[in-house]
Design a protein around this ligand. Structure first.
Ligand SMILES: NC(=O)c1ccc[n+]([C@@H]2O[C@H](COP(=O)([O-])OP(=O)(O)OC[C@H]3O[C@@H](n4cnc5c(N)ncnc54)[C@H](O)[C@@H]3O)[C@@H](O)[C@H]2O)c1
Ligand SMILES: O=C(O)C(=O)C[C@]1(C(=O)O)C=C[C@@H](O)C=C1
Length: 307
């Protein structure tokens, strides 16, 4: 069923990479009647306005929330409960609250604690599996979500109609929507996103301490460069993620460390057979992932040529 959003107002709170990109894509595709924006810093709000991400900004949160039909929260994960508490008194019972935070347990818990029964019916936690190491309002990109997956994690109280509206919003900017339980989401993302970021931060930091003036970096090439891109991600965002999802991250980190120890032992005793087995399996996994990426790139190319 297609839902009509063209008579609705979208309010984006947090006008950085994730919120700014959604606002920009929705505005360029004329998905909503109007798009309002709110962010912590006045400078970010005026940049969002001059970059054409939103139709209006205001520091009057009460007025913005009261007229919003859909609210998208795109602030660091530990700030999400704070913002939810700020907007809760002004939320209409028919206003949908959704978000883009990387950990869903924190957002679900905040919703259950702060929202009324009526407001919970309109509560649709979500997470776009799209992004980059860039952050801030100037990183907003209207193409960010094309052919990317969006995971929605509605709770038992959420009305299916609210999920439909949020799904429609994401599909309208080119994304694919999946529905998942929030705790499963947090386990999966601990493995596919949080652990790789931890390894990249740790590796780049460790190596940077190993030589005077980071001298060894002069002799690094593509492999290391790929790690450094991830390690350039925003420290506040990742600090929040590692605190919010620590249980699931520790579980996957421990099993990773076991495997790393096995590989270490294989190197210590020159067990080439074990090493080749691991490297071959990893290569095959990468080939499988490359096919997914190539299919996505082809679809992106097709949608760009149809624009
Ligand atoms: N960066 C990614 O790759 C990525 C991908 C998917 C999801 N996410 C999630 O999306 C959310 C936003 O991340 P981002 O990359 O857009 O970060 P960002 O730093 O680019 O943007 C966050 C914005 O929120 C504002 N903000 C912070 N606290 C606020 C508050 N209390 N009230 C109002 N505004 C506030 C900041 O000033 C900034 O403009 C995070 O929860 C993150 O986990 C990020
Ligand atoms: O593409 C990247 O560089 C990202 O870091 C995006 C990425 C990830 O894939 O880990 C980061 C955090 C998210 O919550 C979702 C996506």
């Amino acid at each position: 069923m297609t839902v009509n959003l063209t008579d609705k107002n979208l309010l984006v709170i947090g006008l950085g990479l994730i919120g700014g990109s959604l606002a920009k894509a929705c505005r360029q595709n004329k998905i909503f009647a109007s798009i309002s924006g709110f962010s912590r810093k006045a400078e970010t709000m005026s940049d969002a306005l001059s970059l054409g991400l939103v139709d209006e900004v205001s520091d009057d949160l009460q007025a913005l929330v009261s007229k919003a039909d859909v609210i998208f929260l795109a602030v660091p994960i530990l700030s999400t409960p704070i913002v939810m508490a700020q907007i809760q008194p002004y939320l209409r019972n028919d206003t949908i609250v959704t978000d883009g935070g990387s950990v869903k347990g924190t957002v679900v818990k905040a919703g259950l604690e702060l929202l009324t029964d009526a407001q919970l019916k309109m509560f649709v936690p979500g997470h776009p599996i799209a992004g980059s190491e860039r952050s801030g309002v100037t990183a907003a990109d209207e193409h960010l979500y094309i052919d990317h997956r969006i995971i929605l994690t509605p709770i038992a109280e959420t009305e299916p109609e609210a999920v439909q509206v949020v799904s429609q919003m994401w599909k309208s900017v080119g994304a694919e929507v999946d529905i998942m339980a929030w705790d499963y989401h947090d386990e999966v993302l601990a493995a596919t996103s949080h652990l790789p970021h931890m390894l990249a931060f740790n590796l780049v930091d460790t190596l940077s301490k190993q030589s005077e003036n980071r001298e060894i970096f002069n002799y690094a090439a593509g492999g290391f460069r790929d790690f450094t891109r991830i390690a350039a991600s925003d420290p506040t965002m990742w600090h929040d993620i590692f605190i919010a999802n620590h249980r699931a991250i520790l579980k996957v980190l421990d099993s990773y460390l076991d495997e790393l120890h096995k590989l270490r032992n294989a190197v210590a005793v020159s067990d080439g057979e074990y090493m080749k087995f691991v490297f071959q399996e990893a290569k095959e996994a990468r080939e499988h992932f490359s096919e997914i990426l190539e299919n996505r790139a082809r679809r992106l190319q097709r949608s760009a040529t149809h624009e």
